[in-house]
Ligand binder design. Structure first.
Ligand code: GLN
Length: 238
């Protein structure tokens, strides 16, 4: 499994460490060529204006759009979420327009207004949310799945193969959101396995397709990742 972390600016080292904890040695994406053969890509937090400028300068923006067209999972944290949005809420940011949300950059205030709070996350449970000059998502399309909210606005969202959070799980010791993302990657790599599980899911419960399947897999996910010696598709099977 080849996972990239966009490494132009921001907290890419922390994402790298998190993935290493899960047995993945990620590709640090600094140029177009690094995007080749990726199975998933994380866009870190940082400064979206800088990330936007560098992404355009190096032509990485087009590569990420191509990854998305191939349904390769993308996970954007904070500035990364702004980069994936259709409306970044600022003319200084050339976002990629891949998920239909509007962001209000620095919506909670300046650096000194950064905060931590306990979040309740669908399928995952309680999680420490670290918000650093985070954006507020002011609108989003109805087909987006909201996995967690703070103050009645969404902070963790999923739409098909895109996951975004306005907070920073890579700054905690808790790997569960990264594991969740890796499971999205595996679902794409091994659709036959997911398909079988999905039909069972729609038969057995009112949770549909990929979402219901992901929810159930969270309970066993950690053990799967720790068994690195097995082939990815073998690990997918029940
Ligand atoms: N405020 C930053 C921006 O607009 C995002 C901050 C972060 O990623 N922690 O780009």
């Amino acid at each position: 499994m080849r996972i990239g972390v966009l490494a132009l600016q921001g907290s890419f080292r922390e994402h790298e460490m998190m993935l290493k904890k899960l047995g993945i040695d990620p590709v640090l994406v600094k140029s177009k060529i690094d995007c080749e053969s990726l199975d998933g890509l994380i866009l870190p937090g940082g400064e979206s204006t800088t990330i936007s400028d560098l992404m355009t300068l190096y032509g990485i923006d087009k590569e990420i759009i191509t990854l998305h067209q191939k349904r390769i999972p993308l996970y954007g944290t904070c500035a990364g979420a702004i980069m994936l949005s259709t409306n970044p809420g600022s003319p200084k940011v050339q976002s990629l327009g891949l998920i239909d949300i509007t962001t209000n950059r620095n919506g909670y205030g300046t650096q000194k207004d950064s905060f931590e709070t306990e979040l309740d996350i669908k399928w995952i449970g309680t999680f420490k949310g670290i918000f650093i000059r985070a954006p507020i998502i002011t609108s989003f399309s109805e087909d987006i799945n909201v996995l967690s909210e703070f103050n009645s606005t969404p902070v963790l969202l999923k739409k098909e193969n895109i996951l975004i959070s306005t907070f920073h799980p890579e700054l905690t010791d808790d790997t569960r959101i990264h594991e969740f993302f890796l499971q999205m990657v595996k679902n794409r790599l091994c659709p036959q396995s997911q398909g079988a599980a999905s039909s069972r899911a729609s038969y057995q419960s009112n949770h549909h397709g990929q979402e219901g399947w992901l929810r159930r897999r969270m309970s066993v996910i950690t053990n799967y990742y720790r068994k690195r010696e097995a082939a990815p598709c073998e690990r997918m099977r029940d």
